[in-house]
Design a protein around this ligand. Structure first.
Ligand SMILES: *Cc1c(COP(=O)(O)O)cnc(C)c1O
Length: 388
């Protein structure tokens, strides 16, 4: 690279791997709530639930304070408790496994397939025991898992199928939207996800009873909420079971409603960016984008695998030095010290452990320009030349 080009690159501002888009409509929507009577447990919560459930084609949405709270609510609703085992892919965010522990259950880690990094159905089969109660599938990067196959396994063993679709809002599998592919589906509205509420999450489902249970769970286990009591002019409430305060506010839901309107355009942009990366990397022999199998991808992440001979950590450092917010998703969950203390040992999911050393998440969000994508690719090219 000539000196002039180097300088120009160094002067560029930081490009994060993920970022929210906030416009004046979003801001106004939040301000409107601030001027209204209901800051929480008000009309925006139900409206947001209906909007998300409507978008994905599910009957019910239960909005909560985070994706993690949504996972916890899902584990509660399907009755996970002590001595129960839940199958969880090794390559995911820690919350996917933590939610099982919150309920006193045991996460059993399964390996992923090397080309997609999605849960390997054969390993799921191998790790089912008489204690297994459920499978949590993770739509890694935004590629829906093989739900046909997973549902067959779940049916054969009488297991619940839960989708951690925090990466996959707007994705489709065989023409069916993510949100309709499992008994319960969890979304997150953290700022790096497709649509944000600051912090927030939702479970969507077609099961009325599970939905009802989760509505109580997010409100201490109390059967009515503040607004219902207000409208009935009663003070009386009954706490029927132990729940939490996992409520989300009306400010957050107003932001979510406003964000959701833009989701189709943002999904299209993410897909365009992915296509651009794919074609720019087409003749890079040390870079392999993840494979895709006949799904409509939602591209929460754009992940590449670097070939064995490239030092991934060096590439990471060079990219960061050049102001590119690359990342690594994820360290296999059971390698975290908390899980090792629980007795989880290395070696149980060899594909996930190996691939962890070679993956890199490149910037992917709707606000990226074509020029930024090209700059990322140009810098990856430089970095792999320096790093091998
Ligand atoms: C983001 C995420 C979560 C948790 O969501 P929060 O809203 O941050 O609690 C869970 N699982 C996966 C796979 C995620 O990416």
């Amino acid at each position: 690279m000539c000196e002039g080009a180097q300088k120009k690159i160094m002067n560029h501002t930081f490009i994060p791997y993920g970022r929210q888009q906030i416009d004046e409509d979003d801001i106004q929507a939040v301000v409107d709530v601030l001027k209204s009577d209901w800051l929480t447990t008000g009309p925006k919560v139900a409206q947001f639930e209906e909007a998300v459930a409507g978008f994905v084609g599910a009957k019910y949405g239960i909005a909560v304070s985070s994706g993690t709270a949504a996972l916890h609510a899902a584990m509660y609703a399907i009755g996970i408790g002590p001595r129960d085992e839940v199958i969880v892919p090794a390559l995911t965010f820690v919350a996917t496994a933590n939610c099982v522990i919150y309920q006193g259950g045991t996460p059993v880690f399964v390996d992923v397939q090397p080309d997609t990094l999605l849960v390997d159905p054969e390993d799921v089969r191998r790790k089912i025991t008489p204690r297994t109660k459920a499978i949590i599938a993770v739509d890694y990067a935004g590629h829906p898992c093989d739900y046909g196959h997973l549902q067959d396994i779940a049916d054969a063993h009488g297991l619940r199928l839960v989708a951690d679709s925090c990466h996959a809002l707007g994705a489709e599998y065989k023409g069916r939207k993510s949100g309709t592919l499992a008994d319960l589906t969890v979304f997150s509205f953290h700022p790096v996800k497709h649509v944000t509420t600051g912090e927030g999450g939702m479970v969507v489902t077609d099961h009325f009873e599970l939905a009802d249970k989760m509505r109580r769970f997010r409100n201490h286990g109390i059967s009515s909420d503040h607004r219902q009591r207000e409208s009935l002019a009663t003070f009386y409430y009954d706490m029927e079971e132990l729940g939490y305060n996992y409520r989300i506010s009306d400010m957050q839901c107003a932001l979510g409603i406003s964000q959701l309107e833009k989701l189709p355009v943002w999904l299209e942009r993410r897909r365009e960016i992915a296509k651009r990366y794919d074609s720019l990397f087409a003749d890079f022999k040390d870079i392999a984008p993840l494979r895709q199998y006949g799904v409509l991808h939602s591209y929460h992440l754009y992940v590449v695998k670097l070939s064995e001979r490239i030092d991934r950590d060096a590439v990471f450092q060079i990219m960061r030095k050049n102001n590119i917010g690359v990342n690594v998703h994820y360290q296999p969950v059971y390698l975290h010290s908390f899980y090792r203390q629980l007795g989880q040992a290395a070696g149980q999911c060899p594909v996930a452990e190996d691939v962890y050393g070679h993956i890199l998440s490149l910037p992917m969000h709707a606000g990226l320009s074509d020029q930024q994508v090209e700059r990322v690719v140009m810098l990856v090219d430089e970095a792999i030349k320096q790093a091998n």
